[in-house]
Design a protein around this ligand. Sequence first.
Ligand SMILES: C[S@@+](CC[C@H](N)C(=O)[O-])C[C@H]1O[C@@H](n2cnc3c(N)ncnc32)[C@H](O)[C@@H]1O
Length: 262
Amino acid sequence: MWNPQQYLQFQQERDRPFFDLLAQVQGQPKTVADLGCGTGHLTAALAERWPGADVVGLDSSPEMLSKAAAYATKNLTFQQADLREWQPAAPLDMLFSNAALQWVGDHAQLIPRLAGLVAAGGTFAFQVPGNFDAPSHTLLAEVLARPRWHTLQAEARDKASLGAFGPAEYVALLAPLGFSVNAWETTYLHLLPRPANGGNAVLEWVKGTALRPVLAQLNDSDAAEFLAEYRAELARAYPAQAYGTPFPFRRVFVVAQRSGQP
Ligand SMILES: C[S@@+](CC[C@H](N)C(=O)[O-])C[C@H]1O[C@@H](n2cnc3c(N)ncnc32)[C@H](O)[C@@H]1O
C-alpha cells in the first residue's frame, strides 16, 4: 500500500527529475499518458505543458489515485490500471513516466512492450532510479539477510536486476525498435532536511518507497525493531550534518522518439 503523505515528505527532491526529464521533451502531443502517476500533481504539470492534449494518469494504487482525483479536469483524467497489462485503445503521442517503471518488473520485456504503444513520431520518456547498489539498498538487503528477518519477502531484492540497466542498455533496447534515443544519467546530491519527527532523514525517504513492502509484512513491534536495526546502519552510511543529510541519488533518464510522421 502506498502512503502519499510519506512519499511527498521529500516532494522537492522527488519532483526535480520529473522537470529535468520534461525539459528534454519536444513536440506537441495530442494524447499523453503518465505511467504510474502517483498523487497526480505532476500529471497536472503535463496537462499545463500541453493544454491542448488529452492527458491520462494511470496508476495501480487506489490510495495514490484518491489524491490525484483532485486534479482531474475535462482534459486530465485518471484511471486505475496495472502497467503490466494496460493497453490503450490506440497508440499514444506521449508516454511519460517518472520514478514508476522500476516497480513494474522485467525491463527487457516491459520497455519494448510500452514502446509498442507509442504512435509514429511519438515519444516515450521515462526516468527511473539507478541507485540499487547504493547503501540505502545494499544495507536494507543486508538487514533482510539476518536470521531474524530472512523469511521476509522484499521487492527490493527483485530489483537487483535493474542495476544492470543504465543509459546504454535502454538505448540498446529502444534504438533497434526504430527510436532515436537521448539517454543520460544524473547523480543528485540531495541535502535532506531533518524530518519533522526528528528521525533519520534517509530512513524517512526509504519508508516512502523501498521499505513499504517490508513494513507491510510486520506487526508494529517487529517493525519498530526492524527499523532500529536498519536506522543504525543508515546513520553510519549517511551521517547527518548541520546543513542536512547528504544523500547521493543516481537516476537514469530516457527520451525516445519513434520514427515516422505524427
Ligand atoms: C514512486 S511513485 C511515483 C509517482 C509519480 N510518477 C511521481 O513522480 O510523483 C511510483 C508509482 O508507481 C505506481 N505503480 C507501481 N507499480 C505499478 C503498476 N504495475 N501499474 C501501475 N502503477 C504502478 C505506484 O502505485 C506509485 O504511485
